[in-house]
Each structure stands twice: as structure tokens, then as C-alpha cells.
Design a binder for this molecule. Sequence first.
Ligand SMILES: [Zn+2]
Length: 537
Amino acid sequence: MSSADPAGRPGRTFGRPPADPQLPPPPLAELPGPPRRVRPSTIVIISLVVIMVASVVAIPYATPVVDRWLQQQRPPDRTVPHDPGPPVSTGSDDRGGPGVGDPYYPDYGSSGYNALKYTINLNWSPDDQVLSGTTRIDARSDQLLRSFYVDLVLPVTRVTVNDRPARFNREGIYDVRITPSQAIPAHTRFHLTVSYGGDPADYRNGNITPWLVTDDEVTAASEPEGSAWWYPANDHPSDPATYDVSVRVPAGLQAISNGRLVSKDSRNEPGFDTWHWATDRTMATYQSLLSIGRYEIKQGTANGRPYVYAVSEQLSAGERARAFANLELTPKIISDEEGIYGPYPYHEIGGLVPGHRLWYDGLETATRPVYAARDMTRGNAAGLLTHELAHMWFGDHVTLQEWDDIFISEAYASFTAWWHAEKTGGRSADDRLHKTYDAYANQPGFWQISMIDPGRDHLFDAVYLRGPMTLQALRRVIGDDAFFQLARRWAQRGGVHSLEDWMRMAETVSGKNLDHFFRAWLYGPTAPARTAANGLA
Ligand SMILES: [Zn+2]
């Protein structure tokens, strides 16, 4: 049930393809048992997994499979023991804390400031697998800062704040505390530069290793953590920023990131290419992407937007052709989605199909989603593209206040795939709602995970099905006009928001008191009753 093949290995041999998202839910007899507890955060990363699979079966059952796969990937001699990190704090009156206080990931992000822009300059040395360089963070302080933190696993060699050398101390695997020579006043702009380097594969947070290595291809693209393996950041979705990324690689390798490809060789240096990318619209840290490898690249303009599609040369020529055919669906799907959600929030479009055996089918890296080769080479992947591209509005443009707000991202992305199938002559969203409800009505574990507070261990377990079911039921309760007006207004709002914000907007736009509906679908520990008020009759 997972898109990951437990017996598989990274590389060219791709595992069993995920179940066809167009299929109805399996009969009850085929459903696995009750949800099993799985280890915390890796899953999260993984859980993206589900996207397509989720259209068919609930995800809780997929995660242990991925877990086992991860275990197989762990190089025993390089494992760093799990470090619980520094005591979590949201800081004090004059010091930033090592976390923003997320209920599920309290040590992720850093309090006391907001990042505005990351300017990342890196060098990749394939011989010793060392990624080194300097990142400048332009930021604004929320308070007086005698010290503050960034999230980075790689060793730091030098830090400056406002161009003056600053002290730095590693605290745990994830956090670096920075003490500027002069305190930063509250509510002012400042900048810091961090010089660092190391082999990202050497660093693990528990059993989490977002740095993928397959032959000469390396990639960082994962959720909820990944950026700390290649640049220092305030690593939490509540602090999106703009990016300027330059990566120097030996000629013959390509370095792919988000946004606009400014230059493939910005330094004009013999034997090396420096790939320069820029995004002028904000994205969250988990939506940033770096992949270095041998890629076939197609570049051009579609519907007035520059595109860059990249497919790993680890795939055969035939597989690459099929992957490109799927990537080339992107402009049409975006145009369809603009029809209901309003203008696309970025300037550039694209997609990346690496050669790694990914633990997910797709990830909404901004402007350039990452797609698993197994999905992109086995036929039409429109459902997967529709999901990831919908995230450009839901998740990327409107990003999460806290990780427990994941519903507002995954529910809309999954619903959009249902809606798109309906629009293009496939199954209706109503049919999916009722068949999925029938299949899970007597599966208490599926309903015990609340959408308002799914818990860190189950963050991605049920939302890929519960999310689109809830939205389709809401559509039936408030009608198409209000439903799509709500979706468009929410999508165009931009910024950092919570599930509670969305519920308030749903009531405002529909003019209805939706307490009963939300209690049944978002808060309840049991299946909503099959009533008209719940959108089920
Ligand atoms: Zn998604």
C-alpha cells in the first residue's frame, strides 16, 4: 500500500507502482488492520508518500513499510546517535529560542526573528561528497536579540551578523546558537552570514536522513525537515522567505533548485558550472529543493511562464520520454486550477524527476515539484501532478501556521485531484466521497485521527482521504457557488494561516453556522453520521 517497495533499493530498479488512484477503494476484506503506531518524524517526511495511494487506501498502513525501507538505507558506520538537542524553549525577553514552539516539532524553526531572504552560495565536490559555502539570511527581529538560533546540521566555520564576526555554538544536531557582537534591537532588519561545510550524508536526526544519494546524484527535498542538510534556516512553515541559490558543480553535472534559472554558468569558469536560481515569491523551507546530478533538461515558455523540467539520466531514454510527457501536462493543469483558484501564485513552472527511489510519490517544492520516477514513467500521472500543483496555492502560497494545520494543505491538494478527474470525465467527487465513506465507515482507527489535531505520529495518516471527503461533503452542504468562492478566496489570501482561520472563512463566505459540520468532520473521533447536515445524504 505504500508507494515505497519494502524490498526495493534506491537506484534504477523501481518498485511496485502505487495503486491506481482512479480505482475505487478496496473491499473491506482487503483492508489492513487497525493503524499501527509508527515512529515520529520520519514518517512525516515520508508520508507525502501517500498522495496517490491515499486515493485508494488509508495511509496509516503504509508508514511502517517505509520505515523498514529507511532502516535498510542506514549506513551503520555513519550513524550519529539520536541527539535530543537542547532544551526546547521559545526564548526570553532578550534571546531567541531554538524552536518556534510548534506542538509537534517544538525544536524546529527559531523564535525571535523572521527570515526574509536566503542567499545561498554553495560548492559541491563529488569526490569527497562535501557541500560547502556561505548562506546569507536577511531577517527582521521580533524582539531584542542578544542571541538567536538557526537550524543547520552541517559544521559551521564562521558567522557574521551585520558584517561583524559573531560567536556560534552547536547545541544538539539541529541547532546553532549565534551570539552577535552587538545585540540586535527589536523590530529591525539585520543580516547574518554563515559559512559551513561537510558531507550531508554524515548527519542524521534520529533515523531521519533527508539527504538522498544515488550514484552521482544527491537531493534534498523532504517534509517536514530537509533544509538543515544544505543551508541554515528558520526551518518552520510559519516563516516563508524568498531565495537566491547558486551552486558550483563540476562541468557535466547539473544543480536544480526552485524558481527562475538565472544562469547555468554564472561565473564562466573552465571546468565548473555555477547554477543560479532565484524565487521572488516566498516559500517555506520544506518547499525548497536542491538536486545535483546528471539531468536531461527541457526549458522554454508555456502560457507566458518560463518552465524548466529536469529528468535524471539514470532513467532510460524511454523512461525519460514518458516522464517528460507527464511533466508537459503542467501548463494545462495549472491553467485548469487557475480556473477555480485564481491566478497561479508563482512566475515559473517546472518539475523534477530524480533517479532516487523516493519515499514519496510527489512533494510540493515551490514552482518545481519533485515526482517519483516510478509514477512518472508508468503512464498518465495527471492525478499526481494535479495534487502537487494544487499545493502551489494550498501549502506554498498559503502556508501552515503549525504542522497540525496540515489539513488546509493536503485536503485541498487531494480534493483538487478528485475535482480534476470529475472535470475531465473520470469519476465524480461525489462517487468518491460515498465509496470512500462506505469503505471506512466501520474502520474506527481511520476516524480516531482527528483533523484538528491528528498528532505528530499520525500527521499524514488519514488526511489524504479524510481531507477531500470533508471538502466534498462541505461542497454538498454549502453548494458549489459558496464552496468554490471559499476555495478561491482562501487560495488567493496568501501568507501563514491556521485551520481555524479557514473554518472562520468558510462560515463567512457561506453565511452558515458550520459548527455541527466541523464537529462531525474535523473534531470527531467517529465517522460522521450519514445525514444531510454532514453532506452525506
Ligand atoms: Zn500533498
